[in-house]
Design a protein around this ligand. Structure first.
Ligand SMILES: [Zn+2]
Length: 430
């Protein structure tokens, strides 16, 4: 008996979102109902005979011919696919070579969920299949057990195939969350949290309203929004003191520079005023951080809870503007603004995940009375899609929208729902 080399691989520490994605894809595959996760023994191991004693020259002769086995461009494609996987693993602290099957499954499931500007899957099915082939090859070339042959990876690949085929041509297209939706959902949150005397729902309400209003107004990608630190937000310094400047942290498209998004003060209800919703949430975070700073975790949490409760006991009408009031004093500016909430409190130094953000929108839409199907159709990308859709419908040029949303004119045009005669340039000329 030879020892199973896979059994000794450490299993990657996947988060709940990644595990849920893998589960969803595996149950969608024909092999649905398989046991969850991999036992670590599911991998087919290719038995390797003992290495023959070849001369250096013989080895070189083999290597030379193997290198020419693939066309140069295929080799380049495989190399870039492999290095993408390697750097993904490095970022997450996962072993890439040999990779655990769960790592490969999570890698594919996460990529399958990624959406481009139009809300379309960022990676074609064939791209994902190529990645699988590249990972497989990298292992086989080094005579390591091939993780892509495990049932967990097979299930995920099959699930991706089926989900994409069954949902038709435009699978998972993000339904735009329009201004009317934003208004309805935000009002429902405010009413719901005002109804009781409990303080915890008010904490969630302030955060979720700020998230929703900002994601729409700034047309942020989920990752951009969740990564923001308190230190990234400031007054823009314009003469009217009307604009809030938000410096984006490096994202996929902005690795070389950090563009700034500016948001105006709202002119209608404070519930939709980008300044007010931010300051109301910042007040909670600042109260917690200030009380908790310098204490050990347990004492910090207790002190933080008291401070937050004290803040929320003060009467507050969220429809009244407070953007003229002094800003709360901040103790930890270099920490995420939008954090997960635990026992009603913003978690220390943690950033909300893009996945949780998307789930929040669905849940809030459901609570606002949207039918389950409609609520579930929203995604983290929906407010961004809604902003461009609304902008075009209001006759704002795709160029101006794109300048704000950091998109090309062509991408913005993809959200156009106008009739051909809307804003028709021929009309005024004749
Ligand atoms: Zn305001």
């Amino acid at each position: 008996m030879t020892a199973d080399p896979v059994a000794s691989l450490p299993r990657p520490r996947l988060n709940a979102g990644e595990r849920a994605r893998i589960r969803r894809l595996r149950t969608s595959s024909s092999g649905g109902g398989q046991q969850e996760g991999s036992s670590g023994r599911e991998l087919a191991v290719v038995p390797v005979a003992s290495t023959p004693a070849l001369t250096e020259q013989q080895r070189e002769a083999i290597a030379h011919r193997r290198a020419h086995a693939q066309a140069a461009n295929t080799r380049a494609t495989y190399t870039s696919a492999w290095s993408r996987f390697e750097s993904w693993c490095a970022d997450r602290g996962f072993e890439a070579l040999p990779a655990h099957p769960d790592t490969v499954a999570a890698y594919l499931a996460v990529a399958d969920d990624e959406r481009d500007e139009q809300g379309e899957p960022r990676y074609a099915r064939t791209t994902l299949e190529l990645w699988v082939a590249a990972i497989s090859r990298a292992h086989r070339d080094r005579q390591l057990p091939d993780p892509t042959r495990s049932p967990v990876v097979g299930g995920v690949v099959e699930g991706i195939k089926r989900l994409r085929t069954s949902s038709g041509e435009r699978p998972d297209k993000a339904v735009p969350l329009l201004h009317t939706d934003l208004e309805a959902i935000v009002s429902a949150i405010a009413e719901h949290s005002a109804a009781g005397r409990a303080w915890k729902p008010k904490v969630y309400a302030r955060r979720d309203i700020a998230l929703l209003v900002w994601s729409y107004a700034g047309a942020f990608r989920e990752s951009e929004l969740c990564r923001l630190w308190i230190a990234d937000i400031d007054r823009a310094g314009d003469p009217d003191d009307k604009w809030l400047a938000i410096r984006l942290r490096g994202t996929k498209t902005t690795q070389t520079h950090s563009p700034t998004v500016v948001l105006p003060r709202g002119t209608g209800s404070a519930l939709l005023c980008p300044w007010c919703v931010y300051l109301r949430w910042l007040a909670v975070v600042a109260a917690y951080d200030t009380a908790a700073t310098g204490l050990d975790p347990a004492a910090g949490q207790a002190a933080g809870a008291k401070a937050v409760q004290r803040l929320l006991r003060r009467p507050d009408d969220p429809t009244v503007h407070l953007c003229d009031a002094p800003w709360p004093r901040v103790t930890r500016a270099r920490t995420p603004i939008f954090r997960p909430i635990d026992h009603g409190l913003p978690r220390d130094r943690k950033e909300l995940s893009g996945y949780s953000f998307g789930e929040m929108i669905k849940k809030r839409a459901l609570l606002a009375g949207y039918p389950a199907d409609a609520a579930k159709a929203f995604r983290g990308h929906s407010p961004r899609a809604g902003f461009s859709t609304d902008g075009l419908a209001r006759g704002i040029s795709a160029y101006d929208i794109g300048r704000h949303t950091r998109q090309t004119v062509r991408t913005v045009a993809g959200y156009d729902r106008n009739q051909p005669w809307t804003n028709n340039p021929a009309e005024g000329l004749l």
